[in-house]
Ligand binder design. Structure first.
Ligand SMILES: [Zn+2]
Length: 172
């Protein structure tokens, strides 16, 4: 009898440990993934954290903008080819919602307020044979998770994932 208790006790520890591990999955920044100049790292992180493509300004330093853009595109390439995790800016709830990063927060002119971003905006896209699978960072497998979608291209899998997640959202 004590042996059975021991097994149950041990099984519970494993379950708790698994849950804890899942919650620790986080985005990796440029500092953890690449070695490059500060401007490249900056552009790289703009992709990872969903801040949008570096904007060319009439007043800013053009070579700095260009270098940041190289970092941004490099991160995007790694997301497509190596499946690194990144933030994709999705709609909030409504069709006419287009949130964007502003002053360190995600804001939406339609919903109003700031901090409209969701945990499910953090994704990974993996190549799976001829198609792509987009999933949230706490995704486990196709049987036990529902936060995933397939597509024939990188972009299509992300767009299909958005449709799935917007339908699930009330339960998130
Ligand atoms: Zn909105």
């Amino acid at each position: 009898m004590a042996f059975v208790h021991y097994i149950i006790y041990f099984a519970n520890i494993l379950i708790v440990k698994n849950k804890t591990n899942n919650m620790k999955i986080e985005l990796k920044s440029a500092q953890e993934l690449i070695k490059a100049s500060p401007d490249v790292m900056c552009g790289f992180n703009q992709f990872i954290f969903g801040s949008g493509e570096p904007k060319r300004s009439n007043y800013g330093d053009k070579s700095q903008w260009y270098t940041e853009l190289q970092g941004y595109n490099y991160a995007k390439k790694m997301a497509e080819e190596d499946g690194i995790a990144f933030t994709n800016v999705f709609k909030c709830k409504k069709e006419d919602c287009y949130p964007f990063s502003f002053g360190g927060f995600f804001v939406c002119n339609n919903c109003g307020g700031k901090g409209v971003d969701k945990e499910w905006w953090k994704i990974q896209v993996k190549k799976d044979g001829d198609c792509f699978c987009c999933h949230g960072l706490d995704f486990q497998d196709l049987q036990s998770s529902n936060n995933y979608a397939f597509g024939s291209t990188f972009e299509e899998s992300i767009s299909n994932y958005e449709s799935v997640m917007l339908q699930l959202q009330p339960n998130l």
